[in-house]
Every structure is written in structure tokens, then in C-alpha cells.
Design a protein around this ligand. Sequence first.
Ligand code: PLP
Length: 344
Amino acid sequence: MERHYFDANATAPPLPTVVDAVARAMAETWGNPTSTHREGQRARHLLEEARRSVAAGLGAAPAELVFCASATEALHLLLRGLRPALGDRPALVFPGEHSACLNPLADWAVRWMPDDPEGCATVVQMAASNETGILYAMPGHLAVRIKDAAQAWGKVPVDLADCDAAVFSGHKIGGPRGVAVLWMRPGLPWTAVMEGPQERRRRGGTEDLPAILGLAEAVAELPARLARNAALAPLRDALEAEVLSWSPDYEVIGRGLPRLPNTSSLLLRGHLGESVQIALDLAGFAVSTGSACHSGSTKPSHAIMTLGYSEQEARSVLRISMLPGAAPEAVAALGAALKRILDQ
Ligand code: PLP
């Protein structure tokens, strides 16, 4: 059976140039960039070249980037490294944040937006919601403004001017899994929590050079990816209009708000998102729900409930996130399969 992948916000397939770069580097440039011999120096040279390319793509200086293994790791390093200097002053946090952000904040005094920012040491705001695709502006001019750009990267332009630190994930933009970027503005009161000589003593551990070289290839294709993602909006809108025409009980979360062009968060009242997702999977379509699986039990999404929806409504959400270049025929086939399933 032909498969159609509509779960781009979970991960995207690596680009062919990325696969080539990773394979070549694994075979040819396996030297340790910290070694002083020729193999090491060659690896070091390629590492710094990749850092310059990625920095240029982000509009940052190369020395401001720390390569990490995931955006989750980057957020942990960032928040744990800021904690000593920021002390016990509260963090103002967007309540729909990803768990990668909420987990390292577990022992912080947290105030939830839209609470008063007065007295907060930091503000934590995702640029785009992985679940609804809604875009968020960075609020205020507080001490340290942290942007989780993992989901926005490659789908909409990301601005570093309104924040002091940001995280980016390679596998969301057609790069390899296991590589991400932590960007920090110089002068941030941050200390390393994973010590070691690598990454200017900011993140210990031998750099994954093949993954970093693959990431540089994906970054080189970002302008084209942004354009291809922007072109998805009419396809998304047509699919949403069709779904809304089926029942007055159906809703598109965030409709009318600035959103990622590839994401539809469909609230299908009267249906369980998980059941619809499984039925679509059997029909050849990979989509997602507005729920997160934790050790076997499916919890309703806090990100949906934070928008004012009930637990039951949160369990009725289906997320469709298109890859750049999604074919109109595949989107039409998805719509037809979804209708068949909802009509049963
Ligand atoms: N932040 C957001 C908004 C995300 O969507 C994700 C991944 O889904 C992450 C952080 C974590 O990214 P990674 O998979 O690189 O750890």
C-alpha cells in the first residue's frame, strides 16, 4: 500500500543531500575534532566550516552556536545553565510549551503567561506550537528571553533580534536526527552544566561531525524549504474548509490566527483523535493526535487544554502537518479517507 506522510511536525525525512553528507562523513571524516593530529585537524576544519554555514543561515555569529544532540538537550543545558545566575526569581512561561521546555523548569518558580512579567528573571516562549501551529510573539523586554524555535525553523522565518537565546532542531528541517543548535547571545549569565573541552567548554562530548555536516546541508536548503512550506497554506486551507463543511461540530484550532502554513489542528467533536489516527494509519496515512503518549497511557494535550478546550475536546484533536512539497492529490486522498472514517 502506498504511504502518505502527514506528520512533518514530529519529524521530516532527511534530504538526499543530507543523507549523502552524513554517509560520506561517516566513511571519510571520522577523526575526533579535538585531536591534534592531521585526522583530527581535518575534522576540526569541517566542523568549523559547518558552524559558519549554520550560523549564516541563522543570522548569528559562529561562536554563538553550541551544537547539541537535540532541542530537548539544548533547552536543558540552557535553562539549567542559567539557573545559578538567575536564582529563585520566577520564570514567565508560555503554558503550551513543549515538555522539552517544561521538564527542566520543574524546580523553578514558574508564572504562566499571561501573568504579570514584573519581577520575572526570564521569559520562555515557543515561536510556533508543534500541536496547533499557532505562531507566538516574544513578549516584553525581560531579563533573559528564551525562544523555542524547534518547530518554527524552516516553516516560517525565525528572528533572533527579539530574544537572547534560542534552540533549533535538525530533524525538523530535513536534517539528521540527533543534532540541534543552542544559540546564546554573548554576555548571557550562563554557565556550562555538561563540562568538557568541546564547543568552547559549553557542551562536553565529542561532536557528532557527520550529523553536524548533514545539518549544514539542510540549512543550505532552508530558503527553498521556507518557500515550499509557504506554498502549503492554500492546500491546508482547502482541506480545512472541506472538513468544516462536514459538520458544525468540527473546528480548526487557531483558524484566523497567524499559523504555520503546514499545520492543521482539527477538533473533531464526537470522535476520539486516537481512533481516527489509527484508522488513517491503516488506510495509508501517517498523522498525529493532540495527545502525548506517556508510558503507555495517552494523556490529553495540555497545549490544547491551555487554549480553553475541555479534556474531552483535547482527546478529539487530530493533527495534520504537511511536508514541504506535499502533493495536492495526496491531500485530497487524505481528505477522502478522513471523511470515510468519520462517516462510519
Ligand atoms: N520544542 C518543540 C516546540 C518541539 O516541537 C520539539 C519536538 O517535537 C522539541 C522542542 C524537541 O525537539 P528534539 O526532538 O530535537 O528534542
